[in-house]
Design a protein around this ligand. Structure first.
Ligand code: UDX
Length: 434
């Protein structure tokens, strides 16, 4: 089938490749002409493992093409909307971009066309889309709009598309249930658990899933602080806790905090919803506060370990992306830690294997080194903030020689402990006993 994919961001490009690999022809549309040119040139505008090769292969096979046209090509049966729902002046999960694209599709696509909104929506988002459809339907037959949120992780997007934990689609009006099922059927070859429901419930499935994942991470992070103070080891604790299959091992790895374009924003959006609805949700309300508090506690711990004032100290910050496997720095704990350190008077030299450009764009005052050794030059301490595999095999003897101080503070438990200690460095690992 011919699909029209609107929004060439991380979700849109992975979704487009995923459907092309299922045999569909996917036309990808974006308003960013430079981004479309990059894609047409066989390059990926974002770092996502395997994406650039897959884009090239599907384009060469004639199953993908790229355009700035906002109108679906003739014969495209479905449009899949993957534009952003960022935080703006109206608050988290703004639907302005989604509504603009849906309104354009309602005006330009034929009545038999189906629009699937894959962007993350606030719970009241489907009502806004329903109003657009109702207004357009008053003027005559128009495309059907349904929702289809994704559950893909950055850095694992292609895998999460091919092996989805579930396929969920939502209808705005009960009479559109068949259209929602038709969108779910696009994923049929993936043999995933499928749920078709009203779009408000579907929006809440997405938000609740992410806030629950954030709750697990925040819980592990608070356990790490308890372990540091109590002399326990958070990896042993979470391994034991995760052995209970009612809890599970995933998303219990303590780190410097929760980042990315999704979880932080949604831990703010859900409490705002409950507040608007006038229902008490003290646990849900606490997750974003816990995340902010944790990142401050990590900087406080560094200050306590440093043995000298942070003011005037040079700190090497290894890892700037919000997690390994991506160049995305949105809500990155590493950048939050850099800001906190600068407030304390420290100077930062950052390094990241993939996110140097995106980090400089997000924080122009950040000094980004070419490699870890350059970042370590003259540093009182080295802080590991992202779990890049490269940081498992650093030359700590050379790092030691470059540093002024001797502290390595690993918030991701990724370094080769023996190598760090052999180099005569002091090693502290968040929540873990060295
Ligand atoms: C998330 C959801 O996982 C995904 O299902 C949804 O579709 C989009 O949002 P993503 O934003 O890519 O995916 O990031 P994720 O892998 O969830 O990690 C979020 C943050 O939590 C990162 O900063 C990561 O480092 C951190 N994290 C994750 C931990 O600190 N510990 C963990 O155990 C897992």
């Amino acid at each position: 089938m011919h699909l029209f994919l609107v929004g060439a961001g991380p979700v849109g490009l992975v979704t487009a490749v995923g459907f092309a690999r299922l045999g569909h022809h996917v036309t990808v549309s974006d308003i960013d002409t430079a981004r479309v040119a990059t894609l047409a040139g066989g390059r990926s505008p974002i770092f996502e493992p395997g994406l650039e090769e897959a884009l090239r292969a599907q384009t060469a096979a004639g199953r993908m093409d790229f355009t700035v046209e906002p109108t679906p090509p003739a014969g495209a049966a479905f449009s899949i909307v993957c534009v952003g729902t960022p935080t703006d002046a109206s608050g988290p999960l703004s639907t302005a971009q989604v509504e603009s694209v849906v309104a354009s599709l309602l005006a330009s696509a034929p009545p038999e066309h189906v629009v699937a909104v894959r962007s993350t929506l606030p719970v009241e988002g489907p009502d806004r889309l329903a109003r657009l459809v109702a207004d357009r339907r008053a003027a005559g037959p128009c495309p059907t709009v349904v929702t289809n949120p994704e559950f893909m992780r950055e850095g694992a997007g292609l895998r999460d598309f091919d092996v989805p934990s579930r396929v969920v689609t939502g209808w705005l009006f009960p009479e559109d249930r068949e259209a929602a099922k038709a969108v779910a059927d696009l994923y049929e070859p993936l043999n995933a658990p499928t749920l078709v429901a009203d779009a408000r419930s579907v929006a809440l499935i997405k938000l609740a899933s992410n806030v629950f994942l954030a709750t697990k991470i925040a819980f592990a992070n608070e356990l790490a602080l308890i372990c540091d103070a109590a002399g326990a080891d958070v990896d042993l604790v979470t391994a034991g806790v995760g052995m209970d299959d009612r809890i599970g091992k995933a998303f219990l790895s303590a780190g410097p905090g929760i980042g990315g374009s999704c979880l932080p924003e949604q831990t703010v959006a859900l409490p705002l919803l409950s507040s608007r609805l006038g229902v008490p949700t003290p646990l849900i309300d606490a997750v974003s506060r816990s995340n902010v508090s944790h990142q401050q506690a990590v900087v406080g711990r560094l200050g306590a370990l440093l043995g000298e004032p942070l003011g005037g100290a040079r700190i090497a910050l290894l890892g700037l992306a919000f997690k390994a496997g991506t160049d995305d720095v949105r809500e990155s704990p590493a950048l939050a830690i850099a800001r906190e350190l600068r407030v304390a008077g420290a100077t930062i030299a950052g390094f990241d294997p993939q996110a140097a450009v995106t980090a400089r764009r997000a924080d122009p005052s950040l000094d980004v080194a070419r490699d870890a050794l350059e970042a370590a030059r003259g540093a009182a301490a080295v802080v590991i903030a992202t779990e890049w595999p490269e940081f498992r095999s650093l030359d700590w003897t050379a790092m030691r020689a470059a540093m002024r101080g001797d502290l390595v503070y690993d918030t991701r438990n990724v370094v080769d402990r023996a190598a760090v200690l052999r180099a005569g460095l002091r090693l502290e690992i968040l929540g873990r006993r060295v």
